[in-house]
Unconditional design. Structure first.
Length: 564
């Protein structure tokens, strides 16, 4: 796009109920504009008073997504990065808490020259500045407003974007409102009244939506679209249907079928090429119709009651399946349930992943899982706490350090194989004080990690406070563990593997945060490939042994319920 043209701004709001999918809608629009050759970035405004979600429970907030620059952000930023394929930063996630923190800091410095500090203009100006901050080097800035219209905490953000349109001009800004058109089964009707009320709330604030994206379970006929357009003061062409799809990566294609991106470009006076979705369409087809069947992956974690706690892991596993042309079915098992039932159930899976987490709850179940996997040869992928559990289990059951533990879980352990760095010992604040963001890692020649990545140095994102205790590395190595990835100075362990195991690899960092559907992370591709090999190996054994009727164990194993 011509650099002399002004940056365009799209604001995405939501109404009626929360969790309609504003983040996926914003990301899908972003993808369509990227395919038109535009430079796009997306940001999220969260109306809560926390400075960031870093200290919030995963059960409250879901996954904390970490950017290269170490920002702890909303999980929607993961969707943004995966769809527009751009690494985002602290500037892409703004909370009410951060806005007020910045304003109070300025007030204490005397920046306001004695003025009374108020929501208007000071808070709204700070919000508008956060939008403009992303304009350099971008043709389009998409901003998602968290919460729903009518929430008291969202009002400053809505007022700010109302003012923003006045400042930037109608041809440079666009309002997209995501709403719900429920289906009443008893009467067999689609109801437009919730959408009408939601738009009326927006109009009361001074915002007229330009495009309505309607979440619905049933097709919106022309009559319903005309009714919505008439009562909500939009063109019929601006009423877009958004039904459930089999994979979120299909949503840009359904929006393209309805010319949503054409409408956006028309309203923003963007004269750009048509999108080329050939590769994206092929990628979606690989997800929906994998050529090499499906594999079963078990995730044993602490927060499986809310799967959004592991959103990036779930997506990265799908991406690994895309690379291998294999479908991936994931079952989520609570590590506390493993403590009750034992870890024998993992035998029926093609691979097992143990993700990150904090606190001692459920750790014993993870340790039991790791031991069973190590001894039985099931492909294992450990991430963050998954690496630390692998270290503890190996130290106890291979190296003979029976009391070994993490200092996080047992301050009095005689063998703290996982410990705090000196730089962390004096930390008192919880928020933003861990090892956060991108750090380099050197890969050791001749290791699985080096083979998978295909290079000798990488950069990956971290979010943790405890590290492998360097005092135990010789003991662990003597037992057969290989430290395949270390920090450039050699002091910190970043990756481990067991050479005599079919696939046993763990990372201190979070590789899932850098995986994309069009560029799967190599570690997830390798893990899915190992699971695929195990599945085929088991099938071959089953076919050989099935000379009689010895198939009952498999069918009975299928009846075991998933944890969480």
């Amino acid at each position: 796009m011509n650099d002399k043209l002004p940056t365009k701004y799209i604001f995405v709001t939501g109404g009626v109920v929360s969790s309609l999918g504003k983040g996926i809608t914003a990301a899908s629009i972003g993808r369509l504009l990227v395919e038109r050759g535009l430079r796009v970035t997306i940001q999220k405004f969260d109306p809560y008073l926390n400075v960031d979600p870093g200290t919030m429970s995963p059960f409250q907030h879901g996954e904390v997504y970490v950017t290269d620059d170490g920002a702890e952000t909303d999980l929607d930023l993961g969707h943004y990065e995966r769809f527009v394929d751009e690494s985002l930063s602290q500037a892409n996630n703004v909370t009410t808490g951060r806005v007020y923190q910045d304003i109070i800091t300025k007030e204490r410095r005397g920046d306001f020259l004695g003025a009374t500090v108020q929501v208007i203009p000071h808070v709204t100006d700070e919000i508008k500045a956060a939008v403009r901050r992303l304009a350099p080097n971008h043709d389009v800035v998409i901003t998602e407003i968290g919460g729903t219209v009518g929430d008291i905490e969202s009002l400053p953000f809505l007022e700010a974007i109302r003012q923003f349109r006045q400042d930037s001009g109608h041809e440079n800004s666009l309002f997209i409102h995501l709403t719900l058109v429920p289906y009443i089964a008893a009467s067999g009707e689609l109801k437009t009244k919730p959408t009408q009320h939601s738009v009326r709330e927006l109009l009361g604030i001074g915002i007229q939506p330009d495009i309505l994206v309607c979440r619905t379970e049933h097709e919106l006929g022309d009559d319903i679209k005309k009714k919505i357009a008439r009562f909500c003061n939009v063109d019929v062409a601006s009423v877009i249907e958004s039904r459930d799809v089999s994979t979120i990566y299909e949503l840009p294609l359904t929006y393209r079928e309805q010319d949503l991106d054409d409408r956006v470009c028309e309203l923003l006076r963007l004269d750009v090429k048509e999108p080329d979705l050939t590769e994206w369409t092929a990628m979606v087809q690989r997800i929906k119709h994998p050529e090499h069947g499906r594999v079963r992956i078990c995730v044993v974690g602490k927060y499986t009651d809310l799967v959004d706690s592991y959103k990036s892991i779930a997506e990265a596993l799908i991406h690994g399946g895309i690379q291998e042309n294999v479908g991936v079915d994931v079952e989520w098992w609570s590590s506390e349930k493993v403590e009750e039932q034992g870890a024998d159930f993992v035998e029926r899976f093609d691979g097992v992943l143990v993700p990150g987490g904090f606190g001692v709850r459920g750790v014993r179940g993870m340790l039991d899982t790791v031991r069973h996997i190590r001894e039985s040869g099931i492909p294992y992928f450990g991430i963050c706490l998954g690496l630390q559990c692998a270290i503890i289990e190996f130290a106890r059951n291979v190296c003979g350090l029976r009391t070994s533990h993490s200092f996080e879980f047992d301050k009095g352990t005689a063998d703290p194989v996982i410990s705090l760095l000196d730089s962390q010992r004096q930390v008192t604040d919880m928020g933003g004080t861990m090892r956060l963001g991108a750090y380099p890692c050197r890969l050791v020649e001749g290791t699985l990690a080096r083979k998978v990545y295909g290079r000798d140095e990488i950069s990956e994102r971290h979010r943790h406070r405890y590290e492998v205790n360097p005092g135990y590395r010789k003991t662990l190595a003597a037992g057969g563990m290989r430290f395949s990835g270390v920090s450039p100075d050699g002091e910190l362990v970043e990756m481990i593997e067991l050479p005599d195991h079919p696939f046993f690899l763990a990372t201190q960092f979070h590789p899932e945060l850098k995986s994309r559907p069009n560029r799967p992370h190599p570690l997830f591709g390798a893990f899915v490939a190992a699971a695929h090999a195990r599945r085929d190996g088991r099938s071959a054994v089953s076919a050989t042994e099935a000379t009689g009727a010895n198939v009952t164990e498999v069918s009975s194993a299928e009846g075991v319920s998933a944890g969480g």
